[in-house]
Design a protein around this ligand. Structure first.
Ligand code: DX5
Ligand code: ZN
Length: 234
């Protein structure tokens, strides 16, 4: 459990939230990689949960989230569920310490019910859009969402190549939130590095999820986070 209520206020132009994806951490030194990401100024920690069905890979269970929670009690945990039937797992992840839970519309028959369930567990509710999924799926759930996660790769693996067409979707989501006066944040996830961060921020992204560019940065995690922030600032 965690009592953090994630602030959804947008930051001024030039400032961005960075959410390191722990999928790219060194699993043999997981705790110290988490600590390095926090020391480097991570705003949120991003947990990629994969079930081997919705995506062709396995990753973490709720027990991993629960294990990290005590040492990082002040940091929002951003849980990205790439699983079929997320309704079977929402309670467990909320209980383990998630603060934001994001689900894919294709993974459930009952998107709105699941979003309401996430909020009922005291978490912010997000919807993730695969590269081929249109923002149109959000039209009738706009009051139920706090975050839209734009997948800039196909979900399932870290270290993939950024798909540039995703920038258009970010801009479209930015326009939709203005037109509908919605308060959701826009997050981007997959292949995000300092080379694409500034454009994504200009398109309307509020959160950069980044695995490889943070944890595999040649100069270390601190440089990885700083490079993202600095590119947006310039
Ligand atoms: C992909 C995941 C991403 C991914 C990001 O399925 O949702 O969070 O791990 O890692 P990089 O930044 O390496 O693409
Ligand atoms: Zn993710």
């Amino acid at each position: 459990m965690s009592d953090i209520i994630v602030n959804l206020k947008r930051r001024p132009a030039g400032e961005i939230r960075v959410a390191p994806s722990l999928l790219a951490a060194d699993f043999a030194h997981f705790g110290s990689d988490v600590a390095s990401a926090i020391e480097a100024g991570a705003d949120w920690l991003h947990f990629d949960i994969m079930d081997g069905h919705f995506v062709p890979n396995l990753s973490f269970s709720a027990d991993l989230v629960r294990a990290v929670r005590p040492a990082q009690s002040g940091v929002p945990f951003d849980v990205h569920l790439m699983v079929e039937r997320p309704e079977d797992y929402i309670g467990a992840f909320a209980d383990a310490g998630a603060n934001l839970i994001t689900i894919h519309p294709e993974s459930t028959v009952h998107l709105q019910r699941n979003l309401a369930m996430i909020r009922a567990h005291g978490c912010r509710a997000g919807v993730a859009l695969n590269p081929a999924t249109t923002p149109e799926v959000l039209r009738y759930v706009l009051p139920d969402i706090d975050l839209v996660l734009v997948m800039t790769v196909n979900p399932g693996f870290g270290g993939q190549k950024f798909l540039p067409v995703a920038g258009k979707k970010v801009a479209e989501l930015d326009r939709i939130r203005q037109e509908t006066e919605s308060g959701y944040l826009i997050s981007v996830d997959g292949g995000v590095d300092a080379g694409v961060a500034a454009q994504l921020s200009q398109d309307g992204a509020d959160v950069l999820v980044a695995g490889s560019s943070v944890f595999h940065h040649p100069m270390g995690v601190t440089e990885g986070v700083s490079a993202l922030r600095n590119s947006v600032r310039q």
